[in-house]
Ligand binder design. Sequence first.
Ligand code: RB5
Length: 148
Amino acid sequence: MKVAIASDHGGINIRNEIKSLLDEMGVSYEDFGCDCETSVDYPDYALPVAQKVASGEFDRGILICGTGIGMSIAANKVKGIRCALVHDTFSARATREHNDSNIIAMGERVIGPGLARDIVKIWLGTEFEGGRHANRVGKITEIENNNL
Ligand code: RB5
């Protein structure tokens, strides 16, 4: 499992917390920034992570901004990305089981580091259920492929 992680200036603390968690879990990751606390533009950090996951170079992506919303919108513009905005553990599990999400977005101004850690642990550890859900995910891919 290889994880790509990035945040804007609004998500640096949770990004660092999640990097510590990944170290503890022995999960390999690459940090795509940002490097500073000055104001940056979240799409510039969502794009490389989304591209690396879409290309298969990385298995999963984790994106953090102030709300998680901008990161999730930007990541979902990249073909092949199913980015879920998640702020609770129920959704973290459900979006893997049902949506086969390959990126998770969280907001540092919305949740604290403890919950973010639990969300990531569950999200990384949950398998896609397939079956009827695969059919539904396939329909999302069809929308994407046909530019509907
Ligand atoms: C930055 O101020 C903020 O807009 C950003 O982190 C994020 O919340 C956008 O969705």
